[in-house]
Design a protein around this ligand. Structure first.
Ligand code: NI
Length: 170
């Protein structure tokens, strides 16, 4: 597979809706491994396939402090969401150096296929819960800045376009 790179907002490809993974084979396992490597390199806690321009329902997450608890979620589904909401700062590898508050369900129960292709489920709260919801949004073509006011979003868009231009010049 060609080396993966992370799409930067406002790249329109970030708005692609991902398709379900039909078979968990070596191609998908390699993709998951490459995405984990990229996520660790970029010091992120989560990465969705959408962000590397692969439009299939696959996300990788590690919210552990030791950076030693990689999770692969294939075709993830939320099977329960708490009524209680949380309002915490989020960032995104596709929107570097931007952090802002987004409202999310405080707890969720997630069901997915693992790297081995077998179904599993877990309850998430705190950062893990936020991260799962953030990454699952990516699979629906949604970036967290879309929860912010249009004024903020436009400022972020301008900033990101300038950053990209500056990097291309240097
Ligand atoms: Ni993100």
């Amino acid at each position: 597979m060609a080396k993966l790179s992370i799409l930067r907002y406002p790249d329109p490809r970030l708005h692609t809706v991902a398709k379900p993974v039909t078979v968990v084979d070596d191609r998908i396992r390699t993709l998951a491994d490459d995405m984990l490597e990229l996520m660790y390199q970029a010091d992120g806690v989560g990465l969705a396939a959408t962000q590397v321009d692969v439009h299939e329902r696959l996300i990788v997450i590690d919210t552990s402090e030791g950076r030693d608890d990689p999770r692969v979620l294939i075709n993830p589904e939320l099977i329960a969401r708490s009524e209680e909401m949380t309002f915490a700062d989020e960032g995104c590898l596709s929107v570097p150096a931007i952090y802002d508050k987004v409202q999310r369900h405080a707890q969720v129960t997630v069901r997915a296929l693992g790297r081995d292709g077998l179904p599993y489920q877990f309850d998430a709260e705190g950062l893990l819960s936020v991260c799962v919801q953030h990454e699952m949004d990516h699979l629906m073509g949604k970036v967290f800045v879309e929860y912010l006011s249009s004024l903020k979003r436009d400022r972020i868009k301008t900033k990101m376009l300038k950053k990209t231009r500056d990097e291309q010049k240097s």
